[in-house]
Design a protein around this ligand. Structure first.
Ligand code: GRF
Length: 195
């Protein structure tokens, strides 16, 4: 018999505004559940989002993340089917990618393959887009592989950049797209999983 609930783990390093949207989106769903929020930072705001929603939280150390498979044990305990990165800054180790083939996604605040790779996160991305005087930026949702921002692309949406837009303005436009699209794309991918 197939399992009726699909469980998601969110991995995040920061404030977690995307995590909050995802938690809200799936709050009253019977078929898909945000089961755990994992962070690499003890003080990350995203952990409070988990606590407030009675979702399990877990802090991982660099050593346990890269030199053990403790995290996959924790995920297995909770029958996690799918991993969502929402501002998680560490590269995902091979054991986790192999454990969740095509079941880990990330959102990047630009139109990959431009403005991706190590060190390209947060304001660094929007500053680079601004400097290049691009007419558009946007979001990319992609599967995660062993390299930063190189997994196959699932979804992109763009927003227009005005000549007067500063990096902060670009960041705001991009974040609106992230909040709007990330939960629905997750929904589509997780709903389509065969367990
Ligand atoms: C987002 O901009 C996302 O694109 C990137 O990290 C940021 C996380 O922001 N991967 P928040 O913590 O969800 O507000």
């Amino acid at each position: 018999m197939s399992k009726s609930i699909k469980n998601i783990a969110i991995l995040a390093s920061g404030a977690g505004s995307n995590a909050q949207k995802i938690v809200n989106y799936f709050f009253d769903r019977r078929d898909i559940c945000v089961r755990i929020i994992v962070s690499n930072k003890q003080e990350a705001g995203v952990l409070n989002i988990g606590r407030a929603a009675s979702i399990d939280t877990l802090v991982v150390t660099r050593n346990s993340f890269y030199s053990s498979t403790d995290l996959s044990v924790e995920l297995d305990k909770r029958n996690i089917d799918f991993i969502v990165l929402a501002g998680f800054l560490w590269l995902i180790p091979p054991y986790l990618i192999q454990h969740y083939p095509d079941r880990i996604i990330n959102i990047h605040p630009a139109l990959l393959p431009k403005y991706g790779g190590k060190g390209m996160y947060g304001h660094f991305v929007h500053e680079a887009v601004h400097l290049a005087k691009d007419a558009y930026s946007g979001i990319t949702i992609h599967f995660v592989n062993e390299k930063y921002d190189e997994g196959s692309i699932v979804f992109q949406e763009r927003c227009e950049i005005l000549p007067s837009d500063q990096p902060e303005d670009i960041a705001k436009k991009v974040l609106i797209l992230e909040h709007y699209y990330y939960p629905t794309v997750i929904d589509q991918l997780v709903s389509a999983l065969t367990l």
